[in-house]
Design a protein around this ligand. Structure first.
Ligand SMILES: [Zn+2]
Ligand SMILES: [Zn+2]
Length: 137
């Protein structure tokens, strides 16, 4: 625990575009497809796809949002300090996406690295599951 950030002002260093994109994802809470984000932001005056992609990239880099590669969507970070290491479950039946934080996952990844003499620079895990309610029905 050695954060130098002041959490009450954590969004102040963002650019206007980044804040608009972050707000959209925050209000949604659900994963949003890139084209949907582009579409929605046109109404906010953000007409350049390049600007939107730049804002998305930066927010991913900052760990404030995550990209879910397999469904080409972006979602607000549900944890703090994920950085670029993320894990999600995606329900195969209803499509519900959930960010998971499992302390054992970190250990497993470190073991994998050690055993194979690798250096993992980042990971973005996507588990396909049946969520609790789909499992029952
Ligand atoms: Zn996260
Ligand atoms: Zn489900």
């Amino acid at each position: 625990m050695s954060s130098t950030h002041t959490h009450s002002k954590k969004n102040q260093s963002l650019t206007k575009n980044q804040r608009i994109v972050l707000d959209l994802l925050q209000n949604s809470g659900e994963p949003l497809k890139a084209y949907f984000i582009l579409d929605s932001l046109k109404k906010e005056g953000l007409n350049s796809p390049l600007q939107v992609y730049r804002a998305l990239d930066k927010l991913v880099e900052l760990g404030k949002i995550h990209k879910i590669e397999s469904i080409n969507s972006f979602i607000i970070c549900n944890n703090s300090n994920c950085a670029s290491n993320t894990a999600f479950t995606i329900c195969e039946r209803c499509g519900k996406v959930k960010e998971i934080k499992n302390k054992y996952l970190k250990d497993s990844v470190s073991d994998l690295v050690k055993d194979n003499q690798l250096e993992i620079t980042r990971y973005n895990l996507e588990f396909y599951v049946l969520c609790k309610s789909c499992k029952i029905n």
